[in-house]
Design a binder for this molecule. Structure first.
Ligand code: AMP
Length: 211
């Protein structure tokens, strides 16, 4: 079995876009803890109701909630995964190795980007409510405004936490928690860094040449 990939990067650094390429071209499964949590909110589950306020403020949900949800949604015997949005702190990185990936190999990919670019990227991000396709109102507009190119869905929505005031908080939380995670993977010789300001195709080539 080949390595699982762990995508680490600030919100808006392009992890989801690269993950879609890996899913389409290389058969990976993409597991985003943010998406799993948003699904819980959409279902009005007990967990969803508990985490909504925290997520809407840009803070992190508790480690216990996230790990349970992650474990319930992966099957490591069957699939090769891209973990997106997990781990967010050192405890989660250690838990992932010890309790989830036990025995299987993984490589972390860090999407390096200047934070000034991120506010613009995130405030212009729209997601198709039906199929999850991601657009950007400046750099990746749908062909017909308001309509998803992929499924024809007519609900291209902005995430509640992609509003400018929340974005600032999410970026702050990210920069405060990422260093120990990077040091952890670097210390284990399992960290690759990519320039996330490069073009989507170039980033894809760089990652595929290294993993
Ligand atoms: P994302 O879609 O990765 O930007 O995540 C959106 C929000 O979901 C974050 O701001 C957190 O509130 C929550 N979240 C996602 N992944 C995690 C995680 N691994 N640990 C804690 N909270 C998370």
């Amino acid at each position: 079995m080949k390595s699982h990939l762990i995508f680490i990067g600030a919100p808006g650094s392009g992890k989801g876009t690269q993950a879609s390429r890996f899913v389409a071209d290389r058969g990976f499964r993409h597991v985003s803890t943010g998406d799993l949590l948003r699904n819980e909110i959409a279902k009005f589950s007990v967990l969803g109701l508990e985490v909504k306020k925290v997520m809407d403020s840009g803070q992190l949900v508790s480690d216990e909630h996230v790990i349970k949800l992650l474990q319930a949604n992966i099957d490591l015997l069957q699939h090769q995964y891209i973990f997106d949005g997990y781990p967010r702190n050192l405890t989660q990185a250690q838990t992932l190795d010890r309790d989830v990936l036990t025995g299987s190999s993984s490589v972390a990919v860090y999407f390096e980007i200047n934070s000034d670019m991120l506010v613009e990227r995130l405030t212009n991000r729209r997601t198709c409510k039906n199929c999850g396709a991601i657009y950007n109102l400046i750099s990746k507009k749908p062909k017909i405004m308001g309509i998803c190119d992929i499924c024809g869905g007519t609900d291209l929505t902005q995430r509640p936490d992609d509003k400018e005031e929340v974005i600032t908080n999410r970026l702050k939380v990210f920069s405060e928690t990422v260093s120990p995670v990077l040091s952890y993977y670097e210390g284990l010789g399992r960290l690759i860094k990519v320039d996330a300001e490069a073009k989507v195709d170039e980033i894809y080539k760089i990652i595929t040449s290294k993993v």
